[in-house]
Ligand binder design. Structure first.
Ligand code: ADP
Ligand code: ADP
Length: 220
């Protein structure tokens, strides 16, 4: 089973090639890290996987077909992207409530996921006052809302305190143990060491390695 499949994926912005003929698959039941330095093309790739950006050439599929409607697709794929960007004027509960409504997800899930990410006490607070760590937790709550089989997290450890980092690692492991596909980007190998089982490594938009963490570490 290959829940996320990227085949000869290429993205050019004017004269810049952000992603070049990238081919890899992400399987269920484990946490796969997506590692590469800043500017390597991770976000560009994830945006194409999520159907938010069109490839210049090649394909990205989720569960066998291109993923098109992220705004209404929360029951298929949950994603954390740009945690900084939430409507500041709404409360955490209202933010998730709107997402639940447009995705036909029972309202009761909002309280469940707020509890799960440790934001139950902040449910009625406006998100504009949230720290980056709280916004990360809120973004993770949005990703979990629809109970999707595939989850994508772009730099989810940014802004979390050490306790938050431990929590998020446990969360990812639990999701993988349930058989879900968990794909997590980071620019730091040190973050991936205790987070991922498997790695997709890119540099300058090109694939460097796709192998287990142990295999990658053994190469030095
Ligand atoms: P990463 O997520 O690994 O830090 P990005 O995918 O954000 O990398 O960026 C990869 C490359 O593509 C960088 O050189 C970046 O400047 C460029 N890039 C990303 N988005 C755009 C855009 N909208 N317009 C032009 N260049 C872009
Ligand atoms: P808007 O354009 O009004 O911000 P969106 O539907 O694009 O509406 O997103 C609203 C909020 O929900 C944003 O913070 C966005 O990051 C989040 N969001 C949208 N789709 C998803 C998804 N599939 N997984 C997680 N969060 C999502």
């Amino acid at each position: 089973e290959r829940m996320i499949e990227v085949n000869l994926l290429t993205k050019r912005y004017g004269g810049t090639t952000a992603v070049r003929e990238l081919t890899f698959a992400v399987r269920p039941g484990r946490v796969t890290g997506f590692l590469g330095p800043n500017g390597a093309g991770k976000s560009t790739t994830l945006r194409m996987v999520l159907g938010l950006d069109a490839p210049t050439s090649g394909t990205a599929t989720v569960s066998g077909s291109p993923f098109r409607d992220r705004a209404r697709g929360l029951r298929h794929v949950g994603a954390l992207l740009d945690a900084g960007q939430v409507h500041g004027g709404r409360t955490a509960a209202a933010h998730l409530g709107a997402l639940a409504r447009s995705n036909r997800i029972p309202r009761a899930r909002v309280d469940e996921v707020l509890e799960e990410v440790g934001l139950a006490g902040a449910a009625r607070r406006r998100t504009g006052g949230f720290s980056l760590g709280m916004r990360q937790r809120l973004g993770i709550a949005a990703a979990l809302l629809g109970d999707p089989p595939v989850l994508v997290f772009d730099e989810p450890l940014n802004g979390l305190d050490p306790e938050g980092v431990q929590w998020v690692r446990g969360l990812f492991r639990g999701l993988a143990a349930e058989g879900r596909t968990v794909f997590v980007s980071s620019h730091l190998m040190s973050e991936m060491e205790h987070t991922a089982d498997h790695l997709v490594v890119i540099g300058r938009g090109e694939l460097i390695a796709a192998e287990s963490l142990a295999e990658f570490a053994a190469r030095g």
